[in-house]
Write a protein that binds this ligand. Structure first.
Ligand SMILES: *Cc1c(COP(=O)(O)O)cnc(C)c1O
Length: 488
């Protein structure tokens, strides 16, 4: 099944609306809009009836796999189901009709909400101050490293190196490089956690920051984190926590208590903003009191009984986004945290970890677990043994689509060959997890009996296997009606 473009559904003169009769004096358009600004030709808009528009977009929405349709075990990304009530709240006109340039006295409620959210996040992470301004995890990482740079400059030396474990998400080294630091990789042990000996080898007064994900991208808790933090602080460096995996810790353990100085939150992963379509996100960061002066402006402060956006922070790194970030993401996070309460948030962590361990136990006889230990909210399998059948992890991922499941994250983390990284999240039932196990069981049987079926999968999706390399090398994103032109 494919869906034509809405332009292809267009018929001249077809309308999806009727306007009331004009009840004001008719003006020539030139009397309202200056002639140089007028088009010479009408725009080429599609002409379709209302039900055609609705059906077109409903059909399009179901061509794509999404979390409202089924299980989405994409590790690292936390593709959980988010309560729809938070969408309703974020759509309230009192929020959506705000303008960022409105006078502060007319947006007191919004500022109070943002301030309260900062306090909640500070409490959750065990830090002293929070900014909501960064708009993604990667953006938060960059902001965090820029804060650290300013801090070290104030100490008299910016230093030159940021340490990153070999299991890190790709955005970590990218953000570090963008902030002007050299990345140095710290190896993992064969238990999947930071190798303290390799850390010692890399430690020096040139190190500005150690950027750690905890639990790490193998889904393992860094048990030595307190020792690591102490060693890092002994050389005057700072601890940064990539908090994309905060689901696993909510209400149970706090990065600040582990010795982290900076931590980011992916509000769009942990706190109820749906993501995956590249929509707006928010990468709030929390810091210790020593780093607070460097946070981006504006900050939200109470001045003489009302909320103000304050800019008078001389040590601040400045602005890192237009206005103060993606406000409606903050509304969802605020509503979610209020709704869940401390006990609800703790249940998130418990259920996320329970679901992951249940799934890992059920799957470990099908595919080897890369680091077979009790996991946190996610775990990593390896498909390396299937190579002898001529089947790759990519083929399993594609075949899962035929069984109605989104694929797990594949080929990440890089230290696991043919990796499948699975994060069930706290929002799935046992029945869903069992159905996923059954699908993988059947697929692995197919791998032995008919590997070609996997290599050519998916077979039932609207679009079959794509040549991703070709698409990347020949991007053609422009629609043209001319059938002789190549279509992107
Ligand atoms: C998602 C993720 C990031 C990046 O966050 P974005 O919001 O996608 O920029 C960084 N680290 C880890 C471990 C992640 O899962």
């Amino acid at each position: 099944m494919t869906e034509p473009l809405i332009y292809e559904l267009s018929k001249p003169g077809r309308r999806g609306y009727t306007l009331p009769r004009l009840d004001v004096p008719e003006l020539e358009v030139q009397q309202v809009i200056p002639a140089p600004l007028l088009r010479s030709k009408p725009p080429a808009l599609p002409e379709v009836s209302e039900n055609e528009v609705v059906r077109h977009f409903v059909r399009l929405s179901s061509l794509n796999y999404h979390v409202d349709r089924g299980f989405y075990p994409l590790g690292s990304c936390t593709m959980k189901y988010n309560p729809k009530i938070n969408e309703d709240l974020a759509k309230l006109p009192g929020f959506t009709h705000l303008h960022p340039l409105q006078p502060e006295e007319t947006v007191q409620g919004a500022l109070a909400l943002m301030h309260a959210l900062q306090q909640f996040l500070a409490e959750i992470a065990g830090v002293d101050a929070v900014t909501l301004q960064p708009v993604a995890g990667a953006h938060a990482e960059l902001t965090g490293i820029l804060l650290a740079r300013k801090y070290h400059e104030d100490q008299g030396r910016p230093r030159s190196v940021v340490l990153v474990p070999d299991s890190a998400h790709g955005t970590n080294p990218a953000s570090v490089t963008l902030a002007g630091y050299e990345v140095r990789v710290v190896r993992s042990t064969d238990r999947g956690t930071i190798d303290l000996t390799d850390l010692e080898r890399n430690l020096s007064e040139d190190v500005a920051v150690f950027m750690v994900t905890n639990p790490n991208t193998l889904g393992l808790f860094e048990e030595e984190i307190v020792v690591v933090a102490r060693r890092i602080h002994e050389v005057g460096a700072l601890m940064y926590m990539d908090g994309a995996n905060l689901n696993a810790l909510l209400g149970k353990a706090r990065p600040g208590d582990m010795g982290f100085d900076i931590v980011h939150f992916n509000l769009h992963k942990t706190f109820s903003t749906p993501h995956g379509g590249g929509g707006p996100g928010a990468g709030a960061i929390g810091v210790t009191a020593a780093l607070e002066p460097y946070l981006p402006v504006p900050r939200i402060e109470e001045v003489e009984g009302s909320w103000r956006l304050t800019y008078d922070h001389p040590k601040s790194i400045g602005k890192i986004h237009g206005f103060y970030g993606n406000f409606l993401v903050m509304v969802r996070a605020y509503a979610y945290i209020r709704m869940m309460g401390p006990e609800g948030l703790e249940r998130v962590a418990e259920d996320a970890v329970l679901n992951a361990n249940y799934l890992m136990e059920r799957l470990k006889s099908l595919l080897p677990v890369a680091y077979p230990r009790r996991c946190m909210h996610e775990f990593v399998l390896t498909g390396k043994l299937l190579k002898k059948l001529g089947v790759r992890t990519l083929d399993i991922a594609k075949r899962l689509l035929d069984y109605g499941f989104h694929a797990p994250t594949i080929y990440f983390p890089l230290i696991v060959p043919e990796a499948l990284m699975i994060e069930p999240t706290e929002t799935e039932t046992k029945e869903t997890l069992d159905a996923f196990v059954a699908a993988l069981q059947r697929i692995l049987k197919e791998a032995e009996e008919n590997p070609e079926l996997l290599r050519t999968a998916p077979h039932t999706t609207p679009v079959r296997r794509l040549d991703e390399a070709w698409a990347a090398r020949h991007p053609n994103l422009r629609y043209t009606r001319d059938p002789s032109q190549p279509q992107g």
